[in-house]
Design a protein around this ligand. Structure first.
Ligand SMILES: Nc1ncnc2c1ncn2[C@@H]1O[C@H](COP(=O)(O)OP(=O)(O)O)[C@@H](O)[C@H]1O
Ligand SMILES: [Mg+2]
Length: 247
């Protein structure tokens, strides 16, 4: 088991947080009835941190990740991404910031099933000014990084779940983001495949990637070095831990 260390990590004042939330709130309207999902959440995530977000089903984990990923907007409160307050951006500028800063990984991989691995990985580059030759080379580089260079021409439908998640991780990396957001990335995978995927995240983290990962499985959260636990729309625990490495 991972040993808990101190709570509330001491941050270097000189660094800009990758993510800074201040009294972040999200309320959904269900007809007439407000559903308060996030009730005022504040924390900073610094460059190169590997953070696991835990909490019971329905506690607002995906809602929070979607806010951090600028896929949804807060009801109130402050959110800065790499030092930019998102409230200062129009939707085009926000989309550019998202594309430049963030790579997304989802539980269900979200690949185009009849499309090759290479083309799937290239998709985020449609929104950036890369030439086609550069895009092919970059996509191949990222597929090689996740150990799938020999599966470039396979369609997603021809790959196992673990291989599909590797393609999705290559796709998340292809724009060279600063931050990876992963929502239950092993939720659709068996135990052994989950460990392989977590090893991949651990390696990315060791090379300096900032990772925020939602999971409800303690053995998956164990790979992170910091744990944020949510309950009833509030942050109830923020601890550092010795990250697990698979022997
Ligand atoms: N777009 C939405 N409209 C209304 N309610 C929503 C919406 N998205 C999520 N919710 C509700 O917000 C709560 C938190 O959802 P979610 O963030 O998905 O939780 P978690 O990921 O922790 O399981 C749930 O009660 C869910 O039903
Ligand atoms: Mg969720």
């Amino acid at each position: 088991m991972s040993a808990m260390m101190q709570s509330a990590p001491g941050m270097l004042a000189s660094q800009t947080p990758v993510v800074s939330c201040r009294d972040l709130r999200k309320t959904y309207m269900l007809g007439e009835n407000p559903l308060e999902v996030l009730k005022g959440v504040s924390f900073d995530i610094m460059p190169a941190e590997f953070v696991a977000i835990m909490g019971p089903s329905g506690s607002g984990k995906s809602t929070l990740l979607n806010l951090i990923g600028a896929l949804d907007t807060p009801t109130s409160g402050g959110l800065s991404l790499a030092g930019t307050n998102i409230a200062d951006l129009d939707s085009d500028a926000l989309a550019r910031l998202r594309n430049r800063l963030i790579g997304f990984v989802f539980q269900q991989f979200n690949l185009l099933r009849r499309t090759s691995s290479l083309e799937n990985v290239k998709l985020p580059l449609l929104y950036s000014p890369q030439s086609v030759a550069d895009a092919d080379a970059l996509a191949l580089e990222k597929l090689t990084e996740v150990g799938l260079a020999d599966r470039c021409d396979h369609t997603a439908a021809q790959l196992s779940g673990g291989q599909q998640q590797r393609v999705a991780i290559a796709r998340a990396l292809v724009t060279n983001p600063k931050l990876i957001l992963a929502d239950e990335p092993t939720g659709a995978l068996d135990t052994k495949t989950s460990q392989d995927i977590m090893e991949l995240f651990s390696n990315l983290h060791r090379r300096g990637m900032t990772i925020i990962m939602v999971t409800h499985e303690p053995e998956i959260a164990a790979y992170a070095e910091r744990l944020l636990r949510f309950r009833d729309g509030l942050l109830v625990e923020d601890v550092r831990q010795e990250p697990q490495v698979t022997p």
